[in-house]
Design a binder for this molecule. Sequence first.
Ligand code: UDP
Ligand code: MG
Length: 310
Amino acid sequence: MTDLQIIVPVFNEQEVVDLFYEKMKQVFQTCDADWTILFVDDGSTDGTVKHIEFLQHKDKRVGYLTLSRNFGKEYALTAGLDYADAEVVVVIDVDLQDPPELIPEMLDLWHEGYDVVYATRNEREGETYMKKATASWFYRIINSMSKISIPKDTGDYRLMDMKAVRALRKLRESNRFMKGLFAWVGYKQKAIYFDRKKRVAGSTKWNFRKLFSFAVDGITSFSYMPLRFATWIGVSVALFAFLYGCFIIVKTLIFGNDLPGYPSLMVVILFLGGIQLMALGVIGEYLGRLFEENKRRPLYLIDKFEPPEK
Ligand code: UDP
Ligand code: MG
């Protein structure tokens, strides 16, 4: 039988851990696999860990890992993948927005020889128009800018062969844009499609500010395009300024200086100042990330590890 481990990051999810566990039990009744669950508690401050401990008491197939504080989902996932121990690993959210019913289908594809099977959503139920539109722009921008292609509307929900997990473990960058890292490792990948549901309970931990910084992280860790773009703008503005300078010299030589051009001067100064600041900002984004990487801090710290029993 296939040895399968489910990795679930959880952060303040006491309302859903039990539901999640029940659902898993139900799904695996029809699926031919030896399954275990590894919860990764990302510094929850509510009763999440208590609920998990209780589950572990009842069922030894449940194990958990607690981090020393809230590091964020990407780091919790990284910890889970580092401690995963099975032939096949499934990464899933605890809120049941990713339908666990897909796991048997994913497993079938794994048996057919695919190393990574990821779930792509057709419809984003219960999300605002704004979130859908920004998500779609984001994928368009990042894919036109970076060399590896990141599948659209695909979250972290996926099944991975241990081979791919081992490859992921080698990527230790501290700026962790998981969607990009998953795509970067390659191997035989396959998409399956589903309709994304609303959360069963609890609330989302994302807000616009977090999503924006997530997008900037994604772009800067997979593309130098913004830097190159700043260079292009600089070059074209300089070229334009040179041509305009020639024009003014010729004009002054022929017609003389009629009126000191205060407004045009102001416009040019402000325009150039704005562009310079923007370019500096872009450089700053990369410099900041370089600084972060250079510190080589551990990606997360473990408080407690209770492995599941097979
Ligand atoms: N999560 C986490 N750490 C965080 C935020 C979220 O481990 O700092 C977990 C959360 O418990 C859930 C998953 O990541 O299992 C997805 O979070 P959420 O549902 O808030 O994101 P969304 O589905 O809205 O993208
Ligand atoms: Mg969710």
